[in-house]
Design a protein around this ligand. Structure first.
Ligand code: KIV
Length: 271
């Protein structure tokens, strides 16, 4: 892996320290080398090679068609451009349908340069989070709106508004931490619920559409640059390019806005 600047590599331990000090951290998706290099140089802590590539790169209407080989191709491109960010790689749809499959595919991602892997799901992924963690693979568990389950969920809705789902999400978050997850990602969750989960967990919690109280924020790079493929971008998206003169400047603005607490604002938050 290339690490050509002098900044130390961001690690799970350094992200945990930021949480302990109540300091925010930033994450962005990237799918290729040049963008990874710009993102890393801008001081963004985590780069996610997300299966959102199925939508923003490949033009599909969901993340489901993305394969392991495609994810690895994009991961290898990102690894070459990265300077000092922590690289998280998504496990594509069905690549962890069984524990054996998940173990094999997570190993492939780590051997291709990922520093951690992300899987979507609640209780049912606890066993896998535990197996991978025990074997040295840090796992970020993704709960709330989980795009790989879009056909079951029925649409891109806020999750956890009713009491039953609210309580279930807190229980799932705690179970995943106890199972050995190193990080948690909350997508499309009301602000108050995200705050509760962030406060009750020791591990760093990353949010997208989960308000301003999570330890870290993540955004899809295309959304940040105002080139979303959707006609109407989701409420939690901010086009940072409209206040910047270059891509570098837009990413730096995102980085400083999250770290100073000005993004996400009320208008980007679900209550
Ligand atoms: O694939 C992705 O980009 C993601 C983020 C939206 C969190 O999972």
């Amino acid at each position: 892996m290339s690490s050509q600047n002098n900044s130390p590599l961001t690690t799970i331990a350094s992200l945990s320290k930021l949480k302990d000090k109540s300091k925010k951290f930033t994450c962005l998706t990237a799918y290729e080398s040049t963008m990874a290099s710009i993102i890393s140089k801008a001081g963004v802590d985590v780069i996610l090679v997300g299966d959102s590539l199925g939508m923003v790169i490949q033009g599909h209407d969901s993340t489901l068609p993305v394969t392991m080989d495609q994810l690895i191709y994009h991961l290898e491109c990102v690894v070459k451009g990265n300077k000092s960010s922590h690289i998280m790689a998504d496990m594509p749809f069905m690549s962890y349908a069984t524990d054996d499959l998940g173990f094999e595919n997570a190993t492939r991602l780590m051997q291709s340069g990922a520093h951690s892997i992300k899987i979507e799901g609640g209780e049912w992924i606890c066993n896998m989070a535990n197996t991978l963690a025990e074997r040295g693979i840090p796992v970020c568990a993704h709960i709330g709106l989980t795009p790989q389950a879009i056909n079951r969920i029925g649409g891109y809705f806020v999750q956890g508004r009713d009491t039953e789902k609210h309580d279930l999400m807190i229980a799932e978050a705690k179970a995943l931490e106890n199972a050995g997850a190193a990080m948690l990602l909350l997508e499309c969750v009301p602000d108050q619920l995200a705050e509760t989960i962030t406060n009750e967990l020791q591990i760093p919690v990353i949010g997208i559409g989960a308000g301003s109280k999570t330890d870290g924020q993540i955004m899809v790079i295309h959304d940040l640059l105002g080139i979303s493929c959707l006609e109407k971008p989701p409420k939690f998206v901010k086009d940072f390019m409209s206040d910047a003169n270059s891509i570098q400047e837009a990413i730096e603005l995102y980085n400083t806005s999250v770290k100073s607490g000005t993004f996400p604002a009320k208008e980007h938050t679900f209550f």
